[in-house]
Ligand binder design. Structure first.
Ligand code: FE2
Length: 267
């Protein structure tokens, strides 16, 4: 995957986030703050990370790619595991959530486009590596899932779940008219009362549920396997657009055939 990252630095608000110069004093301070936020809360929220003119370019590009989104309409439990008929109907893993979401695959994005230029900009990868404390970190080798755009249209939602992957990087681009809110209960995986909390969340208990405001241009680094989360059902004609940037600790890592078929309809 050799894509030019030309001009990517100009897309990022480097005055506020000096990611191009992480060895400088402000760069070291930024990394420290972000790392601490990620460790203590399970997510690092970077509002205004992308400059507004670059947000406009990314939004324009993503809206132009919408028609190529593949939609997945399915149900799953919070742990994304197969149904187990031998478990009691009361077991938390028997509860099914609904998900209706589209995704524009990496190979459908323009090579010289804004999103690919950003994704291929090494300082962004190195900054994320520092937040995650993963060195080295690589761009994901999957030809469909390396970097993709999540698309929610009228009725779209992503039910409560923990991610399979340890971390996820998303970029808020376009907010829908109504709904489409990212909600989460941070860092509950592995707690003694994890199942109780999950059951409560699935039953609609709002205790501990947090909402992340949707502000275009915000970058989010998120430990999705520790924090149960969802996207509430959205309504309206303005699609909710959120690119997903994937990185891995292994340079050859790709998705399974099953995952590719589920999210992009092809292997
Ligand atoms: Fe997720």
């Amino acid at each position: 995957m050799s894509v030019e990252a030309t001009g990517a630095e100009a897309m990022v608000n480097t005055e506020r986030y000096p990611v191009g110069d992480l060895d400088s004093k402000p760069g070291i301070a930024l990394t420290k703050t972000c790392r601490e936020e990620f460790v203590s809360s399970g997510l690092c929220i970077l509002p205004g990370f992308i400059r507004s003119d670059a947000v406009d370019e990314l939004v324009h590009e993503a809206n132009g790619a919408l028609e190529q989104a593949y939609f997945c309409d399915s149900t799953h439990n919070a742990y994304l595991t197969d149904t187990a008929p031998d478990l009691s109907s009361e077991d938390v893993t028997q509860h099914q959530e609904s998900t209706f979401v589209g995704s524009v695959a990496y190979d459908l994005l323009a090579d010289g486009g804004a999103l690919k230029r950003l994704y291929h900009w090494d300082p962004l990868k190195d900054f994320i590596a520092a937040i995650l404390d993963k060195d080295p970190l690589f761009r994901f080798a999957d030809p469909l899932g390396a970097c993709s755009i999540n698309v929610f249209v009228d009725g779209g939602q992503h039910g409560w779940h923990f991610d399979e992957s340890e971390f996820t990087i998303t970029l808020m681009l376009q907010q829908p008219d109504e709904g489409g809110l990212f909600e989460y209960v941070p860092q509950i995986r592995g707690l003694d009362n994890e199942k109780e909390i999950v059951q409560g969340v699935l039953d609609g208990n709002r205790q501990g549920v947090m909402q992340l405001p949707f502000t275009p241009g915000t970058l989010l680094v998120f430990a999705g396997n520790q924090t149960i989360h969802r996207v509430t059902q959205m309504r309206g004609t303005v699609p909710r657009l959120v690119p997903v940037l994937c990185y891995a600790e292994n340079p050859d890592l790709v998705n399974s055939t099953e995952v590719r078929k589920l999210f992009w309809g092809r292997a």
